[in-house]
Write a protein that binds this ligand. Sequence first.
Ligand code: SF4
Length: 507
Amino acid sequence: MWATLAQRSDVDVRRLFTDQGDPLPRRCDLFGLSLSWELDGPVLPELLQNQNIPIWAENRGDDDPIVFGGGPVLTANPEPLAPFFDAVLLGDGELLLGAFIDALQQCRNASRPERLRRLAMVEGVYVPSLYIPRYDATGTLIGVEPVDSDVPALVEKQTWRGNTLSHSTVVTPDAAWPDIHMVEVVRSCPELCRFCLASYLTLPFRTSSLDDGLIPAVEKGLKATRRLGLLGASVTQHPQFSDLLQWLNQDRFDDTRVSVSSVRAATVTPELGRILAKRGSRSLTIAIESGSERMREVVNKKLTTEAIHEAARHAKQGGLSGLKLYGMVGLPTETDADVEATADLLLTLKKGTPGLRFTLGVSTFVPKAQTPFQWQGVRPEAEKRLKRLAKRLKPKGIDFRPESYGWSVIQALLSRSDRRLAPVIAAVGEGRESMGGWKKTYRAALNGELEPMPGPELPNPPPWAEVTQESWDGKRTLPWCHLRGPLKPDRLRDHHDQALALAGDAE
Ligand code: SF4
């Protein structure tokens, strides 16, 4: 984002580090941020306050910056954070940023309301203040409508279809991934696992051209560092991935460390293991979701138990010393038997490939907007299932890494709420660090005790469990009904129903 803006001669762009207390430049027209996961969102009010920007879009005047955002969280469901933003960019920055800045340049001396109206005309730019949520007498959401007929009723996510993708432009030892030059190999994933935001939200699956995209990007980065990260939801599915590996196998890259993000088990070959081991990787990561074949069928994982065993054998043959697996508990229709199957699989893998170190990371299923499982809730059974896995696997030498159940519930709250969550986010403050803090503030909202946000009065939010745990009826109006991702809601519902139809008599 920074590099795209920095390349324009009409924009002076600065990065802001929230933990450094950096001040804003003296004059700031635009203040933007990209959100990659739900739990980052709640820092926004504090961030704005620290910069002396009014936290509510409604309270900003002509001289305040236009606050805009993008990234997967805001593209999937911006509603809980919508009242803090003047504009949300839905989709790929390659397309949207240019159009957004161009539109603003054309009206930069106009009043704020006029500028916002102009922005709302740009495809993929959502201006929350120009849309009003409607509720029935019981407080149930029945629609989100534009304020008048000049504003588009539906905002569609924009999709970049060029033959290059992104790569790092700043490489520093102070980054979250120190000194690594990241190159995006693919965007989206064609597999359509029913819970997967990385696939559904970013469809279609796109690949960076080897000659025009990947090789130049790698060459550029390796002038600054000898650590390379190949990035994407499913990098080994790039049709020329083996060519890329062969190219990286040249002697001149002998001092380069290469790591890849999670790969599909079926694409793990001894050759992949060998080249990665030679280039300094010690382990590979594959997402299995569950050890139960039935569960994998339900989520559309298209992965056999034999393929997982084979991936382990190939990783070992190639010279890697570890295999990291990712799984989930609490998937729709999951039973205790499915969870036992996950533990059984890990133990058989360990026995079948002695010497290979196994790590199992397990998260709790969280419903994500714009995926087929958006209608499903977090299942409370997940908490004890995480404990069950720990009990079976830890004593047997499997490195078991569960993610917190409580934070999964908060993620679900942030991913499925509507605008009525915004006053909770504004009020939660330091309480956002604990589940108790969230629950207490939400209770205050239910009792009508929070300071209301400016603008039209909204009813109290729905009960906590209705947002986080309950399965929603297919006819329910979704908070993001006025925003369109790659697939229409009917298609998503078909995929949802197909998944549950495969569940058999599990429950
Ligand atoms: S294979 Fe991985 S990235 Fe692809 S849809 Fe499934 S979970 Fe998502």
